[in-house]
Design a binder for this molecule. Structure first.
Ligand code: G3I
Length: 334
């Protein structure tokens, strides 16, 4: 078969996608998810606000649906995400703001959240994104002191989250995940900071297995040329690496059809995907290449970047784009 998953399996790579579980009701979407990918990530459904919308009562239904789908289709699951400043339940952030949840209790709630979630999915998750986005682009020299978790619980909370996750499911691979931590030109300060940080975690015997680079790219900024060497640098620490949320946005005519305004952007888009996959293929420890949704209709991009879109490898009508063919070609030659 010429599917991405079949071609990738020959070189021992998992090719994944973020999935919106209720979209699996759509036959075309379901067929592509099952036939092209050997790994899936819930885009939102394992985040704290989704799994515990009301304090003390869990709703795993959407995530469970995807985990079952994955099992039925011989796919591995990337769990996303345990410790992040975003998409926290309102009861938690409000409680912290109005002082009814103090730092000691916040820490206990986090411990319980990590333990309960990892335990719920025990044995069913290949890689967990344990900690996500702790460095800023503007001042990455250290973890962001203004981050919700760091400001309340200190930097040690990241190491704790890894330890708690490991205790709950010792077999899951535990990842630090962030954007712009591989490949940036110029100072490469954010990659350097993440590198120094995970090295410190290892020195402190924190159970970290891998580093994920999200790879949300934009054709207007140029392809990050140091991608391979930065991934390799993490790999040399004995870590697995992964591309976890790949997409490539560009300027489009409108958010519905998402046709690039510049014809050249179509080949740039395909070229960025090609270069990203080649970077992963060049690094032996790069174990998965995941796109952040495959179809443009489902992309987070138009909602976040005014005037941009066309980020996926299938168009809004679920037809494969040149970028898809490029990935297929790379895998054939790998
Ligand atoms: O579910 C509500 C819906 O009820 C409501 O009507 C609608 C109106 O705005 O919002 C819906 O929630 C949206 C949610 O996605 C589910 O679709 C939120 O507004 C929207 O902000 C949220 O965006 C998600 C984003 O994370 C928020 O942090 C994206 O789908 C998701 O793809 C994106 O994923 C992140 C990764 O987790 C971490 N790395 C960056 C990546 C892209 O931002």
């Amino acid at each position: 078969s010429n599917s991405l998953r079949a071609l990738a399996s020959k070189v021992g790579l998992r090719v994944g996608t973020a999935v919106i579980p209720y979209d699996l009701d759509n036959a075309a979407y379901r067929r592509i998810t099952a036939s092209q990918f050997s790994s899936v990530t819930p885009g939102n459904e394992m985040k704290w606000e989704t799994v515990e919308p009301t304090r003390g009562s869990y709703d795993w239904s959407a995530a469970d649906r995807l985990v079952l789908f994955a099992k039925q289709h011989d796919q591995l699951v990337r769990g996303h995400v345990l410790l992040w400043h975003n998409q926290l339940p309102g009861w938690l952030t409000t409680g912290v703001q109005n002082g009814t949840i103090g730092n000691g209790q916040l820490r206990a709630l986090l411990h319980k959240h990590v333990t309960d979630e990892v335990t719920h999915f025990k044995g069913k998750i290949w890689q967990w994104d344990v900690a996500n986005e702790f460095f800023t682009d503007s001042n990455p020299s250290t973890v962001n002191p203004n981050d919700f978790w760091i400001s309340h619980l200190g930097t040690g909370v990241i190491a704790d989250a890894f330890r708690w996750a490991h205790a709950a499911d010792p077999k899951a691979l535990l990842f630090y995940n962030d954007y712009n931590i591989a490949g940036e030109d110029g100072s490469n300060a954010k990659s350097d900071a993440a590198y120094a940080f995970v090295k410190r975690l290892q020195a402190a015997d924190v159970p970290i297995d891998g580093v994920g680079d999200q790879a949300h790219l934009d054709t207007q900024y140029g392809f990050p040329t140091k991608m391979t060497q930065d991934l390799q640098r993490f790999a040399r620490l004995g870590l697995k690496v992964a591309i976890t949320e790949a997409d490539v946005r560009t300027f489009v005519n409108n958010a519905t059809e998402q046709v690039p305004t510049d014809q050249l952007a179509i080949s740039a888009h395909a070229y960025y995907y090609d270069q990203l996959l080649k970077a992963c293929l060049a690094v032996r420890s790069c174990i998965s290449f995941t796109v952040w949704g495959f179809g443009d209709k489902d992309s987070w991009v138009p909602g976040w970047f005014t005037g941009e879109g066309y980020a996926g490898i299938y168009d809004v009508h679920l037809q494969p784009k040149p970028a898809y063919t490029e990935l297929q070609q790379d895998l054939k030659l790998a």
